[in-house]
Design a binder for this molecule. Structure first.
Ligand SMILES: [Zn+2]
Length: 75
């Protein structure tokens, strides 16, 4: 369980906003990113955060769509 005092000093690394505990996730009250908690230690890393509404988390848009013109393609 996350200590309340610890939770109060935590902040979203993206928008520097306070976070709250939601289930077993740390949720930013501003951008809604969800940070995992491992062994009772909040992992406040952008790379580890799940974006709101994106199951699985990670970077939602980067590399999501196929590149119609891949570099180095035979021409
Ligand atoms: Zn945030």
């Amino acid at each position: 369980m996350i200590d309340k005092e610890l939770l109060e000093i935590l902040a979203c690394p993206v928008c520097k906003t306070e976070v709250r505990l939601e289930g077993e996730r740390i949720v930013c009250t501003h951008c809604g990113r969800r940070y995992p908690v491992r062994d009772d230690i909040p992992v406040m890393l952008v790379d580890e955060a799940e974006m709101p509404g994106v199951p699985g988390g990670g970077a939602p848009q980067a590399g999501a769509s196929p590149d119609p013109h891949p570099p180095g393609a035979a021409s």
